[in-house]
Design a protein around this ligand. Structure first.
Ligand SMILES: NC(=O)c1ccc[n+]([C@@H]2O[C@H](COP(=O)([O-])OP(=O)(O)OC[C@H]3O[C@@H](n4cnc5c(N)ncnc54)[C@H](O)[C@@H]3O)[C@@H](O)[C@H]2O)c1
Length: 326
C-alpha cells in the first residue's frame, strides 16, 4: 500500500510517519514547509525522517503541482494533515485558513477523484464543537456554531469529505483531534510557550484567568490510534448510503489550564511569572471528548496522563534546545 501523508513536516505528520514506517507500506510525504513557526524545527523533523519516507516539497494549494504528484505516484490512502493550524492566528490571518484548509483540502479531494484514490483519513478538530461547556462532546453534537475561522474551515472539511463520498464513493474518516501535545510539538501551543518563557524568565500569559479546560492528548496515543485505523481501513463500516465517518480522538480527561502551568513549574523547578488575562475572542472555554465511537471501532484507550506526558515534552525540549537541567 502506498500511503501519502500531507503536512509530514508538521508535529503530528512527523510522529505518524515514524510510527507507520515499516516494510508493509510505501510512505510518501508532502509539505510546503511554511514559516508559520520555526522552520528549523520542521527541517529537523524531516532530517529525522530521512530514509523512512519519500519527501516532496509541494503546496497543496498549487493544484497543478498536486495533480502532477498524484499522477506520478498514485497513492492508495491519503492521511491529510496539512493545514493552517491555530485558533488565535485565525483572528488576524483568516485568508490562510481559506486557502490552505479549504482550497487545499478541495484540491486533495479532487486529486483523489481524478486519480482513483478511494480512501482518505483527514484531520478535523475539537474546535468544531464551539462553545461547549458542560458535557463531553459527542460526534453527533451540533457543529453549526464555530467560534472562529479555523473551526469553520474544519467543519467545512467534514462537509466536503461527506459530499465527495456521495458523489464518487470516496471513503473518508475525519478525526477530531483534541489538543495534541508532546515531544517535537508546536511552538505556537500553550505548553510549548509556557515552558519556553518560564525557562527564559519571561512572563506567561494565562488567558481566561486560568479558567479553561483542555482534553490534552499525548502524541503517542494519537499516532497509535491512527496506525490502528490504517490497519482496519478496508473493513470500516459506514452508515447505510454514506461513505464518511467522524471520530473524536481525545484523552477523555479534561485538565484545567492551571494544572498544566503548575505541572510545568514543578517539572522545571522554576516559579512562573504569571500575567492573568481575560478570555480572548474566539477561545473555547472547555474541550472534552467522548471517545466511545473510536473505542468501539479500534478499542481506543488513551494511556498517557499529563503527569507523564509533560515531563517527556520537557526532556525533549531541553535536549533539542540544548538546555541543561538544573
Ligand atoms: N496539534 C493539535 O493539537 C491539533 C488539534 C486539532 C487539529 N489539528 C489538526 O491536525 C493537523 C496537523 O496538526 P499539527 O499540530 O501537526 O500542525 P503543524 O502546523 O505542525 O503541521 C501542519 C503541516 O502542514 C504544512 N502545511 C500547511 N499548509 C500547507 C499547504 N498549503 N501545503 C502543504 N503543506 C502545508 C505545514 O508546513 C506543517 O508542516 C492539522 O490539520 C491541524 O489543524 C491539530
Amino acid at each position: 500500500m502506498k500511503i501519502l501523508i500531507t503536512g509530514v513536516a508538521g508535529f503530528i505528520g512527523f510522529h505518524l510517519a515514524n510510527k507507520l514506517f515499516s516494510k508493509n507500506f510505501e510512505l510518501l510525504g508532502i509539505d510546503n514547509i511554511n514559516s508559520y513557526y520555526d522552520l528549523d524545527l520542521k527541517k529537523s523533523r524531516l532530517k529525522n525522517l530521512k530514509h523512512k519516507i519519500s519527501f516532496y516539497h509541494i503546496d497543496i494549494v498549487n493544484k497543478n503541482a498536486l495533480k502532477k504528484f498524484f499522477q506520478e505516484h498514485k497513492p492508495n490512502l491519503i492521511i491529510h494533515l496539512a493545514a493552517q493550524a491555530g485558533v488565535r492566528y485565525s483572528i488576524n490571518n483568516p485568508e490562510q485558513y481559506i486557502s490552505n484548509n479549504i482550497v487545499g483540502f478541495f484540491n486533495v479531494l479532487q486529486c483523489c477523484k481524478e486519480f482513483n484514490c478511494k480512501k482518505i483519513i483527514y484531520a478535523s478538530s475539537s474546535s468544531v464543537y464551539g462553545k461547549k461547556l458542560k458535557h463531553k462532546s459527542k460526534e453527533i453534537d451540533d457543529v453549526n456554531k464555530p467560534l472562529n475561522l479555523y473551526a469553520s474551515s474544519k467543519v467545512s472539511n467534514e462537509l466536503m469529505a461527506h459530499s465527495f463520498g456521495q458523489l464518487i464513493g470516496l471513503k473518508s474518516i475525519g478525526l477530531r483531534f483534541f489538543t495534541v501535545y508532546g515531544p517535537w510539538g508546536r511552538p505556537d501551543m500553550s505548553y510549548y510557550i509556557f515552558t519556553k518563557n518560564i525557562l527564559e524568565g519571561k512572563k506567561i500569559n494565562v488567558f481566561g484567568h486560568g479558567e479553561m479546560w483542555r482534553d490534552f492528548t499525548y502524541i503517542d496515543d494519537i499516532v497509535n490510534a491512527i496506525q490502528k485505523i490504517v490497519k482496519v481501513s478496508d473493513n470500516i463500516m459506514f452508515p447505510k448510503g454514506t461513505y464518511s465517518r467522524i471520530f473524536n480522538i481525545g484523552n477523555n480527561k479534561p485538565e484545567k489550564l492551571m494544572t498544566l502551568v503548575n505541572l510545568i513549574q514543578k517539572t522545571l523547578n522554576i516559579k512562573a511569572k504569571i500575567n492573568y488575562l481575560d478570555y480572548q475572542i474566539g477561545d473555547t472555554i472547555r474541550t472534552s471528548a467522548n471517545i466511545n465511537e473510536l473505542r468501539s471501532m479500534i478499542n481506543f484507550v488513551p494511556k498517557t496522563t499529563l503527569n507523564f506526558g509533560i515531563p517527556k515534552f520537557i526532556d525533549w525540549y531541553r535536549n533539542y534546545h540544548k538546555i541543561n537541567s538544573l
